[in-house]
Design a protein around this ligand. Structure first.
Ligand SMILES: Cc1cc2nc3c(=O)[nH]c(=O)nc-3n(C[C@H](O)[C@H](O)[C@H](O)COP(=O)(O)O)c2cc1C
Length: 174
């Protein structure tokens, strides 16, 4: 079963997509998803009643279903994960509530601030756990613009901290 990775963001320049791509490739081969590749409206019970689940909702849900390992980096908007991420989660939860059941998750976050999006990370971990996901490791990268460039973490201490967590994640998976 493949490893997938995505950021909870619809920014075409998402810093969380950059971080999650780096982290997932430290782990191994991974399919990097982008929420912009799905045309999914904000969850609405009216749309669900009228139109059911769109092909893109089913495609996103099935991609998660097909994975055994998921890397997610939670972008932070106002001390929480983003509205677009929540909406995608709401749609999938309507197909099957436990849609993350038994998937092993590495949870990340980053932001330009010193807290590195930790509020979004904590909220995101709580949500995916409700859906049955098993979060084995977490990593928040503070001050993205100072600490990340050219597709990798430039600060050696933070880079080592992530690499150690990736090794620990690998050991827990085996
Ligand atoms: C509406 C809005 C609210 C934000 N709130 C926070 C916040 O509470 N904490 C924080 O660290 N950064 C905050 N930011 C900055 C984001 O972390 C930053 O835009 C980051 O690039 C978002 O992640 P992304 O690039 O992966 O989408 C906010 C940005 C926006 C646009």
């Amino acid at each position: 079963m493949p490893t997938i990775a995505f950021a909870g963001s619809n920014s075409t320049t998402s810093i969380n997509k950059q971080l999650v791509t780096y982290a997932a490739h430290l782990y191994g081969e991974a399919i990097i998803l982008d929420l912009n590749d799905y045309s999914i409206p904000t969850f609405s019970i009216d749309i669900e009643k009228k139109e059911g689940f769109s092909e893109d909702v089913k495609r996103f849900y099935q991609t998660i279903q097909a994975a055994s390992i998921v890397f997610i980096s939670f972008s932070e908007h106002n001390a929480y994960f983003t509205a677009v991420f929540k909406s995608y989660m709401d749609w999938c939860s309507r197909i099957e509530y436990q849609f993350f059941k038994d998937k092993k998750i590495f949870a990340l976050s980053t932001s330009p601030g010193g807290y590195g999006g930790r509020n979004a990370l904590e909220a995101g971990v709580k949500l995916v756990t409700k859906f049955g996901g098993i979060v084995l490791d977490e990593f928040a990268l503070p001050k993205f613009n100072e600490n990340f460039a050219d597709g990798k973490i430039m600060n050696p201490t933070l880079d080592l901290a992530l690499k150690e967590k990736i090794e620990s994640f690998k050991n827990k998976i085996q």
